[in-house]
Design a protein around this ligand. Structure first.
Ligand code: CP
Ligand code: NVA
Length: 303
């Protein structure tokens, strides 16, 4: 089995992504039926968190426990990672003791440096540039509710951030059309916009993106690490809020997603998450199932 990492969604081929998404739904059914399945007995995951997390930590830790394995939470505050030990040295050591490593950090180059010397698979659990694990859950959720991705029209409204960059990768791999509406100066990575221009289109207003969409997705206006820009961002993004009224411009069966945590009254109106078109709680649950399918792929079947 060759060593595979999951640093961006494009580390998977389109067919591999499809089979992981199918498997995620199978694992979900098995979990809901309480069927014991422990393919990772005795295996250990190291979870390095340099930023806060609820969903990512709980889903990976629960997933490893349900698979019969174990997860170790590591933060820079109480490991040598926070005291300047080079990332490559940490990678060599941790990957000799653990079977898979998950990292949430700031610079994307950090996960790449870790992976370049790691003896075991490395999973990007969010960097400033990408959040591919969240996309696995979003895609699984859309498939479960609407059956197919290819040919659909999706809208990303808000910040051209890590989530938006990963949506661009998803558009290419799953062949849907992605309209992106961001305030001027907050667009996603221009390299991605050019490279995947066949599937991606930048539009000016939230209304333009929402029109006819099968899915509207958004995220916080201020990501982790940008807290000092909060007040500027609140002003610049004020016309990019998702509300039931904006959703009315989309397809009649349109869905709404948000990776969470959400800020009601900012990127979503007070009533958006509870709107019948919102599938955010299914989306959050699917982090668990999608990542279990990813772990099975990286550690057992697909590498
Ligand atoms: N969506 C997501 O990654 O949530 P957490 O920050 O809680 O892990
Ligand atoms: N864009 C957000 C996602 C949080 C899950 C952030 O990076 O903070």
């Amino acid at each position: 089995m060759s060593l595979r990492h999951f640093l961006t969604l494009t580390d998977l081929q389109a067919t591999e992504l499809q089979s992981i998404l199918c498997r995620a739904t199978e694992l979900k059914q098995m979990h809901h039926q309480r069927l014991p399945y422990e393919p990772l007995k005795g295996r250990v995951m190291a979870m390095i968190f340099e930023k806060a997390s609820t969903r990512t930590r709980v889903s990976f830790e629960s997933g490893m426990a349900q698979f019969g394995g174990h997860a170790i939470f590591l933060s820079p505050r109480d490991t040598q990672l926070g005291r300047g030990e080079p990332i490559e040295d940490s990678a060599r050591v941790i990957s000799r003791m653990c079977d898979v490593v998950m990292i949430r950090t700031f610079e994307h180059s950090k996960v790449e440096r870790f992976a370049s010397v790691s003896a075991v698979p490395v999973i990007n659990a969010l960097t400033d540039a990408h959040h591919p694990c969240q996309l696995l859950a979003d895609l699984q959720t859309f498939l479960e509710h609407r059956g197919t991705l290819a040919g659909k029209s999706f809208a990303w409204i808000g910040d051209g951030n890590n989530m938006c960059n990963s949506y661009i990768h998803a558009a290419w791999l799953c062949d849907f059309h992605l309209k992106i509406a961001c305030p001027y100066g907050f667009e996603p990575d221009p390299v991605l916009l050019t490279r995947f221009s066949q599937n991606v289109e930048l539009v000016k207003t939230a209304e333009e993106a929402a029109k006819g969409a099968h899915l509207i997705a958004t995220d916080v206006w201020t990501s982790m690490g940008q807290e000092n820009e909060t007040s500027v961002r609140k002003r610049r993004f004020s016309t990019y809020q998702i509300s039931p009224r904006l959703m009315d411009l989309a397809q009649p069966d349109a869905l709404f997603m948000h990776c969470l945590p959400a800020h009601r009254g900012e990127e979503v109106s007070d009533d958006m998450l509870e709107d019948p078109r919102s599938v955010v709680w299914d989306e959050a649950e699917n982090r668990l199932h999608a990542q279990k399918a990813l772990l099975e792929f990286l550690l057992i079947s697909g590498g």
